[in-house]
Design a protein around this ligand. Structure first.
Ligand code: EPU
Length: 350
C-alpha cells in the first residue's frame, strides 16, 4: 500500500482550486481497500473519498486521507427480455461510460451525457438532467465498508435516493441512522436499462431539437448528440472554465409560499411536484437578483446560467475555495432578502 504525501489536488477538482492532499491513496481495485483496512497506521484515519472532483469546493489543504477511486471496467452482466444490466467501475469517467453504453447498444442513460464526474459519484448525488435521474436506471451497487472491512451490495431502496441526495451524503449520527459518508467506498455500479428502449424527450430543450431537425423518432445516439449540444451551449466546460455544475439545489416551497412570490414576481419559473409542493428554478431566482456575470474576486456567476459558479482566474491565478464560498453566501443572502428562500449548496465543501 503506497500512501502518497503532499499531492496537488488542482488536477483533481473541476473548479481548478489549488490545494494539496497531505496524504492520498489510489484505489485501483477492492484489494487496495482490504489493504487499507488491514493497515494499523491508516485504518482509523479520517477519510475523504474523491471521485471526479466535479462536485466539491476545496477550502484549504486536505488533512484527511484522500481516497482517490480509480476502479475501471465496463461490461454487460445480464440481458433479459426486459432490460440490459450493465456494470461499471466506480472510477470510470461518467460521460465515457454513457457513450460506451450508447455505442454498444445498451441505451438508457443518454439524457445524462456530459455530466462531469465519475461513475462512483453518480449514485452519491443521484445525478439527473433532462427528465432522467440516476435512480430511474439504477440496479444496484457494490461498496466496501472501511469500518467493518466488509463488501456489501445495495439496491435502490437501500441507497435512499432523493433529489441530488442518497445515503452516501449523510454521516451516521446514531444507531438507527444508516448514513455512509466517509465510511463506505462505492466500487461498482450496475445500471438497469429497460427494454424496449424509449426516448425521453419531454423536456423543452429536446422538443426544440426535434422541431429543428424534423426528427421525431430519434435514436439513442440522436438524443445523446442533442444533449451534448444543449449542454455545450448552456453550461461551461470545466476544462476551459472551472466550475462544479449547478451550485445550488432547486428549492421547493409550499403552494402558499409560491402564490405569495407570484403576486410580487409573476414571471417566476415554477414546476408543480407530485407531492403537492412547488419546485422553483434556483437559476431564475439568482438571475432575478442581478447576479448573472458578476464576480467576487476570481469567483464568478456564469453569464449563460446563473446557477453555475465559475473560476475566472484559470489555472494561472485560480479561484480559492474561500472566494467561491464568499460569493455563494452573498448570493444566498440576496435571494433570502428578496424571496425569503434559503438556497442550499449542491457541492460538498471540503
Ligand atoms: N433560468 C433563468 N436564468 C438563469 C438560469 C435559469 O431564468 O440564469 C431559468 C431558465 O430559463 C429555466 C429555468 O430557470 O426556465 C431552469 O433552468 P434550466 O433548464 O437550465 O435547469 P436548472 O433547473 O437550472 C437543472 C439541474 C441541472 C440539469 C438541468 C437540466 C439542478 C440543481 N440542476 O438545472 O443539473 O442539467 O436541470 O435538466 O437540479 C447539476 O446538477 O450540476 C446540473 C447541471
Amino acid at each position: 500500500m503506497i500512501v502518497e504525501s503532499n499531492v496537488p489536488l488542482q488536477p483533481y477538482n473541476s473548479f481548478g482550486i489549488v490545494a494539496r492532499a497531505q496524504h492520498l491513496l489510489r484505489i485501483a481495485d477492492e484489494a487496495d481497500l482490504v489493504a487499507l483496512h488491514a493497515d494499523a497506521q491508516w485504518r482509523d484515519a479520517s477519510r475523504f473519498v474523491l471521485g471526479g472532483g466535479s462536485n466539491i469546493v476545496i477550502t484549504g489543504d486536505v488533512k484527511q486521507l484522500v481516497l482517490k477511486v480509480e476502479i475501471k471496467g465496463l461490461r454487460l452482466v445480464e440481458e433479459t427480455e426486459r432490460a440490459w444490466i450493465v456494470e461499471a467501475g466506480a472510477g470510470e469517467v461518467w460521460h465515457d461510460a454513457v457513450e460506451w453504453m450508447v455505442r454498444n447498444g445498451y441505451p438508457g442513460l443518454e439524457n445524462l451525457a456530459l455530466i462531469p464526474g465519475t461513475v462512483g459519484g453518480s449514485p452519491v448525488q443521484n445525478i439527473g438532467a433532462y427528465g432522467v435521474e440516476l435512480q430511474d436506471r439504477f440496479e444496484s451497487l457494490d461498496a466496501y465498508d472501511l469500518e467493518t472491512g466488509r463488501s456489501f451490495t445495495l439496491d435502490a431502496a437501500q441507497c435512499a435516493f432523493g433529489y441530488r441526495d442518497s445515503v452516501f451524503k449523510h454521516v451516521r449520527s446514531g444507531p438507527n441512522d444508516f448514513g455512509l459518508a466517509g465510511r463506505a467506498v462505492i466500487t461498482r455500479v450496475r445500471f438497469r436499462l429497460p427494454k424496449p428502449w424509449k426516448a425521453v424527450v419531454g423536456y423543452l430543450d429536446l422538443e426544440r431539437k426535434m422541431e429543428e431537425s424534423g426528427n421525431f423518432t430519434p435514436s439513442a445516439q440522436d438524443v445523446f448528440d442533442w444533449i451534448c449540444a444543449i449542454r455545450r451551449a448552456k453550461l461551461p466546460d470545466w476544462r476551459v472554465l472551472g466550475n462544479a455544475g449547478s451550485f445550488f439545489k432547486n428549492p421547493t416551497v409550499t403552494p402558499e409560499q409560491c402564490a405569495d412570490i407570484i403576486a410580487r414576481d409573476p414571471k417566476i419559473v415554477h414546476y408543480p411536484m407530485d407531492d403537492g409542493s412547488i419546485k422553483l428554478a434556483a437559476g431564475w431566482l439568482i438571475d432575478a437578483c442581478g447576479w448573472k456575470g458578476k464576480s467576487v474576486g476570481n469567483a464568478g456567476v456564469y453569464e449563460r446560467q446563473a446557477l453555475v459558479l465559475v473560476n475566472r482566474g484559470g489555472n494561472e491565478n485560480p479561484v480559492t475555495g474561500g472566494e467561491v464560498m464568499t460569493l455563494a453566501k452573498a448570493i444566498q443572502t440576496s435571494v433570502y432578502e428578496r424571496f425569503g428562500i434559503r438556497l442550499e449548496p449542491e457541492p460538498v465543501v471540503v
